[in-house]
Design a protein around this ligand. Structure first.
Ligand code: RB5
Length: 142
């Protein structure tokens, strides 16, 4: 189950992501916001982060204007490793190396075509489980 969240800066891109996940037959839960009205992104970052640390969802995708504010907020929750990605290389690397559990995107930064490729890369790449990466992720958590 994939947890989704956005503010007004990411609302439109989140709608594209919803269509894409639906077309791929992937299950998701949208934690809001549900309109393009101005809201405070930490609220949605927290909702998605909590869904992951409680085990309700496996991965999350958060979208704000830049991906930055919403990822900073999500990373305050213990157990969350949220990564802002603007390309497929970093989306793949953050899964392989950091076992990132939330992808953060900037709705005002990446267009929908690239964003959906980044989403696919993030969702389709497993953690490498290599000893050095396991050790480093554990050190973050500790
Ligand atoms: C909202 O205008 C904007 O600040 C927000 O979407 C995000 O870019 C913050 O990092």
């Amino acid at each position: 189950m994939i947890a989704l969240g956005s503010d007004q800066g990411g609302y439109e891109l989140k709608q594209e992501i919803i269509k894409h996940l639906t077309a791929r037959g992937l299950e998701f839960k949208d934690y809001g916001s549900y309109t393009s009205e101005s809201v405070d992104y930490p609220v949605y970052a927290k909702a998605v982060a909590n869904a992951i640390v409680t085990g309700e969802c496996d991965r999350g995708i958060l979208v704000c204007g830049t991906g930055i504010g919403i990822s900073i907020a999500a990373n305050k929750v213990k157990g969350i490793r949220a990564a802002v990605c603007t390309d497929c290389f970093t989306a793949e690397a953050t899964r392989l190396h950091n076992d990132a559990n939330i992808l953060a995107l900037g709705g005002r930064v990446v267009g929908p075509g690239l964003a959906l490729k980044i989403v696919d890369t993030f969702l389709d790449t497993e953690f490498s489980n290599e000893e050095r990466h396991v050790r480093r992720v554990k050190a973050i958590e500790d």
